[in-house]
Design a protein around this ligand. Sequence first.
Ligand code: 6A9
Length: 751
Amino acid sequence: SVVGALAAYAYFHWPSKDSTLIKFLPPIQLAEQPKKTIWGSFRSQNYFGLRTKTPKGMLFGMAWYSQPSMMSMPNMRHVCDQGDGLNHYAWTKADGRSFGQQIVNDSSGLILNTDWISHEDTFTARISGLQKNPKQRTAVILYLLKQDPQATLSINKKLNDRHVKRLFNGQSDEFGSYYVDLSISAHGVYSSTLGGASVDITNIRDYFLRHTTADETSDGLIYQLNQQDVVENPVIAAIQLNLPEKFDLTISFNSQNHTALTEKSFLEALNARVTSFEEKIEEAFKLKNKGYTNNELHLGQLALSNMLGSIGYFYGHNKVQLPGSDKVQAYGTHSLVTAVPSRPFFPRGFLWDEGFHNMLIRKFDQELSLEILVSWLNTMNVNGWIPREMILGEEAESRVPAEFVIQRSNVANPPSWFYVIWKMIEDKEFSVKHKKVFEQIYPKVSRWYNWLRQSQKGDQKNTFRWRGRNATIETELNPKTLSSGLDDYPRASHPSTQERHLDLRCWLAIASRVMVELANLFGSEAEKKRYDEYLKHDSDFEDLVEKHWSHEAKAFVDYGLHSYDVELKRVPLKKKGKQPEEWIWKRVSEKPQLRMVDDVFGYNSLYPLIARLIPPNSEYMEHTLNRIRDEKELWTNFGLRSLSKQSPYYGQKNTEHDPPYWRGYIWINLNYLTLSALNHYSGVPGRLQERTQQIFTELRQNIVRNMAEELQRTGYIWENYDDKTGRGRGTHPFTGWSSLVLMIMSDQLDG
Ligand code: 6A9
């Protein structure tokens, strides 16, 4: 039959397509390979965990709890979890490379400091605790976990030396023969050890809890690790210390070739790194003498430190699918060095978030940004596709609900990295120094760019459309556009192939500019001509107006099959078996038409400004500024809201259970891009210059003031901020793009 023949055809022709899905170009090589055996806080998801950038490297970690007063299970803290309800935890100083200082304010009344430094292939960590309640004992578990079956590990069970105790030792490829020492400054410490032959790396906390028993001691009932459970050459070796109200622990990891710094030399080295960190911040962001309050200065430093201290190293493969296929394939394996949006909720890499992260990181440590960029580009397949979310390895996968794990190869994400690449090549000293690296970056970035242009092209020349919207779903008020990064930001009510997405076109205009620059440096004549041509089209303002300007609304918007009258309604369902009697359904009262989506004004409409495509002092600029500054539209005292109050979608749920997300709340990444553009236009003389300057200054003050107040009030930097009250909301701590507040505070608004 025809169907059978087609199926057979598809069957035999998929594999060749499949194979490009998981095929990769040779990796870009950095001039100097970052040393893989340097320890860092690269286990982003842990309150305190160290590892190296070796795939099967050793993991160091810590867990703790307050000894429960009654027969209840301990509330053990290990992986960052909002449910733990900590008052505050943050890297107050960290350079993402060689040291970190973290403070944890536990709701139990315990203040913990976890400081560490690396030295060659060793580390030293100092954990100090102060419990408000003098009777309350604290249990601290320190562990080493070997991922390499060839390595050996053993626990020293005779912890009789009063000062320095040898905890663990063994042999590994990374470190040769290594050992871990501990010194304790506290009295009356009980300890117990545990060594297991196997452990589920995604649930170490549970493993400890399963091996915890309540024992009667002279101090009363104490929970501790079950002493008997120590095997020969364990995979995980742990020691638990039961500590009084005040304690100081120093742990040192020593390799065959290097002895870790301890005591005085540790403190000296730590202080020196802190000092140079602070000098480097001032050099990069110049915050002194700008009149910022102490709270605001604290916000800036915390934002950067936390972003750097949360940089992770991940190893493993993604799970990917071709669109329309149900075959799941292993993508990689890959090693990824990346910052993360949020340690407790999203401790992994997100493509467009990472571009934003590196707008900040680059200002502080451009070499580190380059390492991260190269690491991401090396995960690109031969087609030029990069997964939107990097869920590598078991530990990362365990944090993601199953339905979100699989990445589809038609789905894009905004190429925010182009901003960063642009700035990197503008820095002549840097780009000349790394000429060889940029030569390798160029062909990869070209593939990415060409993939974006091709795979997301619209049905008319020079129009673009995010793929991945669900055209058949009837329970969503407005089908989501996850690929755009703006998730539930309203688009045309009825997804169709005629859609034109404004933000995507503007992203491509930004990317084209960078491609022109890159081609000038590294491309052939033909390539130069091609990218020039693309840039000309993308930045053709008349064309932009024709395709995206609503004359009625006086705004730049999307275009598509759109109804002005859509709502979520409870509708009765015919009772069938156990089905509910009514259901929330999308009711369409006005027939959708192909038109400008002009009942929606918000972040999407700001992209022509952001991409600096609007002629200065033009009527288009004036309308855009007016709507930005209007409190009935985007303006609030805390930053720009994502969606105009006038839009019918403002504050609306997308389904019965999906609360509004990009429908009003204030997001810092888009505020940053807008500020950066306003800063640019502020420099252009003309009738709108003064107004632009005014809006810029006010907006900047509003964001900084509110975020500092919220940090003071709640102890956290947040995923987004409520447009009515300014209160932080969503995930916290969120020191991904919200950390751009430091760029906003500084003079670095040019990107
Ligand atoms: C869902 C829940 C334990 C949503 O910051 C990362 C992304 C942004 O890229 C995107 O623009 N965030 C924004 O709209 C968070 C996405 C989280 C998805 C994972 C699974 C896990 O719960």
